[in-house]
Design a protein around this ligand. Sequence first.
Ligand SMILES: [Zn+2]
Length: 497
Amino acid sequence: MEKYLTIYTETRKKIKAFSYFGWLMGWDQETEAPEGSVEYRTKQYQVLAEEMYKIQSDPAYIEAIEYLYAHKESLEDPDFRVEIKNAFKDLRMVKKVPKDELISYRVLTSQASHIWAKAKEADDFQMFAPTLEKIVEFNRKLVKYLETDELKGYDVLLDMYEEGFGVKEYDLFFDTLKKELVPFVLEVTKGNKPKFNRRLKTAIFPKEQQRKFSEYLMEVFSYDLKHGLLKESAHPFTSGVSSTDTRITTKFHEDNLASSIFSTIHEMGHAIYELQNDPKYDDTFLHGGTSLGIHESQSRMYENMLGRSMAFWKLHYPKLVELFPKQLKGISVEEFYLYINQVERSLIRIEADELTYSLHVMVRYELEKQMINGKLKVKDLPNKWKSLMSQYVGKRPKTDKEGVLQDIHWSGGAIGYFPTYALGSAYAAQMYEAMNKEINIEEAISKNNIKAINLWLKEHVHTFASSKSPKEILQICTKQDFNPAYYVNYLKNKFKQ
Ligand SMILES: [Zn+2]
């Protein structure tokens, strides 16, 4: 036992160090690196990646994981037991999937995003279809290789992104949305005309002023600048490596004031989660969020439930007006609130509003489920997409660029990933209710005391890092199993006016 523990912890230390440098390179590349630095950096990265592969696939390390897993009952630290369980689960890819199939799939998916991007640009699904067919084919085989008594079919893929959530759980969730939200959206968006000043959409909002407001927001949310920072990147993201260093980016669009505000708040939700992980996990593989769904629950709670609330803007709108006196002259906080909570039947998921967003996700869930089951062929995908969009969101795309080709995910092989986006918002609503029983959230926002909210989430969600499963986190935080009714009620209450 001692011997295997030493091999495991020594190897972990190396992997953590190599990952750290890989992470730093990635951060640099996405934020600051000059364009001409790509080739040289990639050359260095290749060496790093090869070394990393050697360390991770070292037979002694694998043997240690297998031994520790077989003797997990005698491991005293429950966190360490979870870590070993995860490490063992990760080995299944190497052990159950034929190596040449896995490698050729990785090569395929590393090139597929270029093919997808060209197809999208040309609005030509046929250019992408043969590649997507291969990706779907591999995933259908993968599911067979990895199947267990508990996990079958599409469940295998769903579980990779959200442990414990399979078709049974998601069907229940999406059926609720279909029944409750689809008719509600159609009603709310009937004859819908914006009731806010058009200047909000047409004025120019200089980048520098937007940056100042993002800095102000970081203070409001108590995002700790000793352990984090804000840069600009093409697509906003959060990137963290420990409870001592978790950074965010945003994107400033001069013709869209709301974009950078809500990107900054969204990413702070992700970052505060990881910064508030118990520091004892920093040197383990348990640091970080427990799942994509739980991660997204934090970012969406901060962005939508706190950041798009009236209480929030009553307090902070004057600061925005101070930064944009001409653009916002004569525009009331009520009008601004309507602008940031405008609902419409739209085609593009990443631009969708809070109310319709999960219906966009539902389209993708249905399609993935049918493709993995073999009920839907890739060639029939564009038309099926269009009909589901008109059924669920009430708007039918005319082109594939606005339809099946809009998202990058499938080109990278991420099938089973999308549903976590919708789940995150639903978790958030349930957590919000539980928190609101213990602290008056609206009052905390009004008194500029988001610290109290951060602290509550730290104790009930963040501190556990990934030592607990999503279902366990939900139990700890809300003392209940997952229940989508909270989400439906929250949306109906907010958008019925
Ligand atoms: Zn996010």
